[in-house]
Design a protein around this ligand. Structure first.
Ligand SMILES: [Zn+2]
Length: 132
């Protein structure tokens, strides 16, 4: 802490300047910045949102189309994906040459679940809110 009278540095908390004896300004004029994510009153601005694990999202999406999106909180989209996946399998078996369709859809939603997990985490870290 620097003396306002002579400019010499004094240990923090010193009541008087070691050099000239001038009364030092109170420590209370200095306020530590509030901790990250909290307001000056000590109340958190928002409940911290846990990040999503992109690996878990990918594993769930691997097990069944749509599961990864449900894990990410995209419930409606995940349920729709599950139904689309079943329908594609049925169409694939009925037509025999159509089995490539559920496979393509499965690959795509697996990739989508992984990238959406990263989008989710980026949004939580930048804005503190889930993107959806
Ligand atoms: Zn001084």
């Amino acid at each position: 802490m620097f003396c306002p009278n002579c400019g010499k540095d004094s240990p923090p908390g010193a009541k008087f300047c070691e050099s000239c004896g001038n009364a030092m300004p109170s420590d209370q004029t200095y306020q530590a910045p509030p901790a990250y994510g909290s307001q000056p009153f000590g109340q958190p601005m928002y409940a911290p949102i846990p990040l999503k694990n992109a690996g878990i999202a990918a594993v769930l999406a691997f097990l069944w189309a749509g599961l990864g999106h449900i894990y990410l909180g995209q419930i409606g989209k995940g349920i729709m994906f599950m139904l689309v996946y079943i329908i594609l399998w049925v169409i694939g078996f009925l037509t025999f040459f159509g089995l490539i369709l559920p496979f393509i859809f499965w690959i795509w939603q697996l990739y989508d679940a992984y990238t959406k997990a990263n989008e989710y985490n980026a949004s939580v870290q930048q804005t503190g809110r889930a993107p959806w």
